[in-house]
Design a protein. Structure first.
Lengths: 309, 505
């Protein structure tokens, strides 16, 4: 898959005006950052044998919650200084994300409710909650400096990209170099064998589901920082883009196999593709067709070698 | 045997110079053998001898790279499993392939359900389906309700349905792969009676097994494969255990029971009146340091359920478990592991190993927290640990990064043992550890158990093969219908006596 990506970049460098500039490439990275951080969490989820369909709604909800908390705490009723209000908002968002995800995991472990079902329910509930909080209007309580997370730069690199790479490093280390990461692969490969080897399967599932929801919340904060408002209509369909990136990166939906590196390539690939098609003036509708076809192609490429017996 | 390949067998199955090569290996190297109709032929050989390749070729699943196959004296080319059935070779596999929700009749006539005349032949003729199925079963002198869903039948009955299905093709050759591995003793006798019946009608029965002690009861001839070659075919009268092992391995490998086996005095595991509704009740015993305690019993006596409860894999309702004198609260696999208990499940592939992960990952599976330093570990550290265990247990794994599914049954079992040894256990619960493993690998597992005993680690050994228990254990508990009914010492009892006590009403 990495080779395909390089080929694509080379082709675009030649054919598309303005692709191979530092500015544009940083653009690509910034665009994929917000979905990217979720994708790393989703990689863990899918490897562990579960799925989370609610991440798009979680992003929107998280942004709206942060906006509402900020507005309430910094407003006339409470009158907290802005920095404290923002801090509380951030903690509330992340906390809500972790709680939602952990609850999904808990339902799976204790009552055997498939995560597909629970997160499907969350998908609509969180969207509805976002709409309730905002009453259908965008909330704009944020101070100017709040935009740093989503639109600022550090030494010339967009802040979201830094968060993106930092998340990549943390999750890559987690999956590749910790006992927890090994346990995730085992649980996804054969949960019963993992249980009979003394691994606490329940704990693994709850933590992983909590983590991805927490990352979605973080992404929601990044997004709200970029657009400087809390709106209920954002991140529509993000769950599918995120899952697509993970699959293009070589992770199997059956669980037990996949890498974080693969997801990195998958998400960058999708970003480069979208960017390239835009530069080449390909209509947005065609872009969707191409994206869908690509997911199928990626799965075939990844599955074909292991089928040859 | 006629080297020019002249037909020797007018009825039955014959091969002439049959070969199968894969890139890099020769699985079968010029096998010429004849299986006469009207007899039961046992096919034996250790893991990797070429037995399964030969079976796959006969079943039509894999084509040979050279050689001829003759059924009833005529050359045949087997293009697919369906083709093999059509040309007279019917196969019954170890993993039964019935469709659980369909009835016995539908399973027997799967894919060949008779249709009603007229209406374009679209509609199934149900009365005819049941009539034909009943006829097939009657032919085998078996009495089963053809309308029952296959899922409701016990393992032995399911196997009979599989055999009926195979026989309904009216084959010249019936091939059975490890048919008794899941059967209790009484059911085995029924099976053998059925097979002798079929043989008497002229069918050539090909019987693949690891259980050498069964051969006397059922086989007329024994064919041995080794390293892809046909070592020889002998009459059952000449097939002494020593002769067979010599043919299979080229040398006699069975070790004598060591004389320095002494169990300690200190009780390591105490079980008091343990019970689980529906599985077992009132189980009490003591396991001492360095002791190998066997549990003998028929299928369904509750041994696996007992072991699972002792490991915390399943809950129990009454009684208590004490480790080193302290009672266990809230047993779970994780808890029991920390208390020094290990468990090798009966179903190795589905429960003991994660097949898609590498050998290295599987060996580390139960001891991840031990290997890691403050939660972090590297492949290099894992490899060091795995390397030591692979050497200690003589595991044949050329590349530990390959999926563990690539290893033979015996080596997979050693991986399971290695996995638990790395948790520094006090007690290891073995549930049928030698199932599906060849004789040499079995001896190695026993050697490992004896070594563990010398190091003070206790073993609880559940097995359906009573000879094994007599060879390996210090003491043997007899379990029947969910509870312990007696205890014997190997020195004081013979196999048939032990069997009788396991079965007595």
């Amino acid at each position: 898959m990495a080779i395909v990506l390089l080929v694509l970049c080379a082709a675009l460098a030649v054919r598309a005006e303005g692709f191979f500039t530092v500015e544009n490439l940083l653009n690509v990275v910034r665009n994929v950052s917000m979905q990217g951080v979720i994708a790393f969490g989703m990689t863990m989820v899918i490897i562990s044998g579960e799925i989370d369909l609610s991440v798009g709604s979680a992003v929107a909800f998280s942004g709206c919650l942060a906006a509402w908390v900020t507005g309430f705490l910094a407003g006339p009723a409470v009158g907290l200084p802005m920095p404290w209000a923002i801090l509380a908002a951030v903690l509330a968002s992340l906390g809500a994300g972790l709680a939602v995800g952990s609850f999904t995991g808990f339902l799976r472990v204790r009552f055997r409710v498939p995560t597909f079902i629970t997160t499907l329910a969350w998908m609509t509930m969180l969207k509805g909650a976002a709409e309730l909080i905002t009453n259908g209007f965008p909330l704009m309580p944020f101070p100017a400096w709040y935009s740093f997370m989503g639109a600022g730069r550090l030494w010339g690199v967009p802040a979201p990209a830094i968060i993106f790479f930092a998340t990549f490093v943390v999750i890559q280390v987690l999956m590749g170099y910790t006992s927890f990461g090994r346990a995730i692969y085992a649980v996804g490969g054969n949960a019963e064998a993992a249980r009979l080897s003394g691994i606490n399967v329940g704990r693994v599932k709850v933590l992983v589901m909590g983590l991805v929801a927490g990352l979605a919340a973080m992404s929601g904060l990044m997004l709200s920082s970029q657009i400087m408002q809390g709106t209920a209509g954002t991140a529509k369909g993000w769950e599918l883009d995120v899952i697509a990136a993970v699959i293009i990166g070589g992770t199997s939906l059956m669980g037990g196999s996949g890498t974080v590196w693969g997801t990195l390539i998958g998400i960058v690939f999708m970003g480069v593709l979208a960017n390239g098609m835009t530069l080449l003036n390909i209509s947005e509708y065609w872009q969707h067709v191409v994206q869908g076809a690509l997911i199928l192609a990626a799965v075939l490429i990844n599955v074909a070698p292991s089928r040859k017996r | 045997m006629d080297k020019q390949g002249n037909v020797v067998t007018a009825h039955g199955l014959q091969t002439v110079d049959l070969g199968k090569e894969y890139p890099g290996t020769v699985a079968l190297d010029g096998v010429s053998v004849a299986f006469e109709g009207g007899q039961v032929h046992a096919l034996i050989g250790k893991n990797g001898a070429g037995k399964s390749t030969l079976v796959k070729i006969f079943a039509g699943a894999v084509p040979p790279t050279r050689g001829r196959i003759l059924v009833d004296g005529r050359d045949v080319v087997l293009r697919s499993p369906a083709d093999a059935f059509a040309k007279g070779i019917a196969t019954v596999y170890q993993e039964l392939s019935l469709v659980p929700e369909l009835t016995v009749a539908e399973n027997i006539l799967l894919g060949r359900l008779p249709r009603q005349a007229g209406l374009g032949g679209w509609i199934i003729d149900w009365p005819e389906v049941f009539a034909r199925a009943r006829a097939v079963l009657a032919n085998l002198q078996v009495d089963l309700d053809v309308r029952r869903p296959a899922a409701e039948l016990g393992v032995a009955e399911q196997q009979i349905v599989e055999i009926a299905k195979a026989m309904s093709f009216d084959p010249s050759v019936l091939m059975l792969d490890e048919p008794t591995s899941a059967l209790a003793q009484a059911e085995t006798s029924h099976l053998f009676a059925l097979l002798r019946n079929l043989a008497a009608r002229g069918v050539a029965i090909l019987y693949i097994t690891h259980r050498l002690q069964e051969l006397r009861r059922i086989a007329d001839t024994v064919t041995v494969l080794r390293d892809g070659r046909h070592v020889g075919t002998i009459a059952i009268a000449d097939a002494t255990p020593q002769r067979l092992v010599e043919m299979m391995f080229g040398e006699v490998v069975q070790k004598e029971r060591p004389s320095d086996l002494e169990a300690g005095d200190r009780p390591v595991l105490e079980v008091r009146r343990l019970g689980r509704r529906g599985s077992f009740h009132d189980v009490s015993f003591t396991l001492r340091g360095g002791e190998i305690l066997g549990i003998a019993g028929m299928l369904g006596s509750g041994r696996t359920e007992l072991l699972r409860a002792l490991f915390g894999a399943d809950p129990y309702d009454t009684g208590e478990i004490l480790i080193e004198g302290r009672p266990v609260r809230a047993a779970s696999p994780e808890r029991m592991k920390h208390l020094g208990v290990a468990f090798t499940p009966e179903n190795r592939q589905a429960q003991a190993l994660v097949q898609m992960l590498s050998t290295r990952a599987n060996v580390c599976l139960a001891s991840l927290d031990r290997i890691a330093r403050r939660g972090f570990l590297t492949r290099a550290r894992e490899r060091t640990v795995v390397g030591r265990l692979v050497e200690r247990l003589a595991i044949l794994a050329p590349d530990i990064e390959q999926p563990v599914s690539s290893l033979s049954g015996g080596n997979q079992q050693k991986v399971v043992v290695a996995k638990w040894l790395n948790t520094d256990p006090r007690v290891i619960l073995f549930d049928e550890p030698t199932r599906g493993i060849d004789v040499q690998a079995k001896q190695q597992i026993f050697q490992i158990m004896w070594d563990l005993g010398r190091q003070g680690i206790s073993c609880l050994f559940v097995s359906s093969e009573l000879e094994e228990l007599l060879e390996v254990c210090h003491r043997i508990l007899i379990m029947k219908k969910g509870t312990i009914v007696g205890e014997v010492r190997p020195e004081g009892v013979a196999v048939d006596e032990l069997l009788a006590r396991c079965m007595e009403v």
